[in-house]
Design a protein around this ligand. Structure first.
Ligand code: ADP
Ligand code: MG
Length: 334
């Protein structure tokens, strides 16, 4: 559906996007995650055809953004970081204006009504855009992107500046839209992307540093895979028996943590899961399992690792307004 190939963008000597490649399958919600200044907006502006790349190419449904810019624009609904709202129009006037601008052929009234229902702005249809709350403005921005029924939606930081309740509403809306659209959503907030997206692409300093399913990304990228077991039983016998299990590499006892209860570190093969075999073994031998947890990196750990290196330039540019606590919690935006 969307193919980004070796995309590079320079602003003068500043390399904003550096050989980024990814594809987005039809019907998925993908999160484009990275700290401020990572290159998210630049990439989105290139995909939507509002900015030209220095090199590389973007195909949307097989159409090249450079060769067929108008065709590609018809396929994409775009909510830029600064939504192009006209404050002195009513919502109705504004959506009609966008309808004309995009030269939409669908039945006007019916189409606009459907959009307003979907994004829940019917009750403000005749109000001036400038008088709406930030949450409603953002929904009008999303409505504008939906005019013409494009199969692809690209939303650049759609929840920035909203209060927690509005954030939840917009996230729910995006999930609903994801049922029949391909969605790329950018954010600098990990929990947001985790809550909404099936897949996460992490970008840092213009480079793609991770790309994978939200649920397995941290497991797949963790270098060592370890389980930490607490069990009651004879220390050496337990270690010995666990070591003999398939798909288990290194087994070390970390000592007695409660009377008669030992903590045992179990290193496993990257693509295997010995937990069921372990459970069967411990049950068979009558060694009660008191706790078992995975020592894989959490997604938070991983995101920090991926975006911490080489961050000085970004921090400097943004006058230190961004720190990592903020990346993880949403900090100043909430
Ligand atoms: P993000 O959206 O992830 O915060 P951007 O794509 O806005 O990142 O910016 C990526 C980098 O490109 C930053 O270093 C930013 O300062 C720089 N940049 C963005 N737009 C321009 C521009 N119009 N002129 C020069 N540099 C820019
Ligand atoms: Mg941006």
């Amino acid at each position: 559906m969307i193919e980004v190939r070796n995309l590079t963008k320079r602003y003068g000597t500043n390399l904003a996007v550096d050989r980024v490649s990814f594809t987005v399958e039809e019907g998925t919600i993908v999160g484009f995650l990275g700290p401020n200044g990572a290159g998210k907006s630049t990439t989105m502006n290139i995909i939507t055809g509002y900015l030209s790349a220095t090199s590389g190419e973007v195909l949307v449904s097989g159409k090249n953004t450079l060769d067929e810019p108008l065709e590609v624009k018809k396929l994409i609904g775009y909510l830029p970081e600064q939504p192009p709202l006209y404050m002195d129009m009513t919502v109705k006037e504004y959506l009609n204006f966008m309808y004309d601008l995009k030269k939409v052929k669908l039945p006007r009234e019916k189409h606009l009504q459907e959009i307003c229902q979907l994004v829940r702005i019917e009750e403000v249809y005749n109000r001036l855009v400038g008088n709406l709350s930030k949450g409603y403005k953002q929904r009008v921005g999303i409505a504008q992107a939906l005019v013409g029924n494009p199969p692809v939606l690209i939303l650049d930081e759609p929840t920035v500046g909203l209060d927690p309740k509005q954030i939840i509403e917009i996230r729910d809306l995006i999930k609903r839209l994801g049922k029949n659209h391909t969605v790329i959503l950018s954010s600098h907030i990990l929990p947001e992307v985790q809550a909404v997206c099936e897949r996460i692409i992490v970008i840092n300093n213009g480079r793609l540093v991770a790309d994978g399913a939200t649920d397995t990304l941290s497991h797949d990228l963790s270098k060592d895979h370890r389980l930490l077991l607490r069990a009651e039983g004879p220390e050496r016998e337990m270690v010995h028996a666990i070591r003999a299990l398939p798909r288990v590499q290194e087994v070390i006892s970390l000592g007695e943590k409660e009377p008669g209860v030992f903590e045992i570190s179990i290193e496993t093969d990257p693509n295997s899961d010995p937990r069921r075999d372990l459970f069967a073994l411990m049950t068979r031998r009558g060694w009660p399992m008191m706790a078992l947890k995975s020592m894989d990196l959490t997604l938070e750990d991983l995101f920090l690792q991926l975006t911490t290196s080489d961050n000085a330039a970004v921090a400097e540019e943004y006058g230190d307004e961004m720190d990592h606590a903020e990346l993880l919690q949403g900090g100043k935006d909430r």
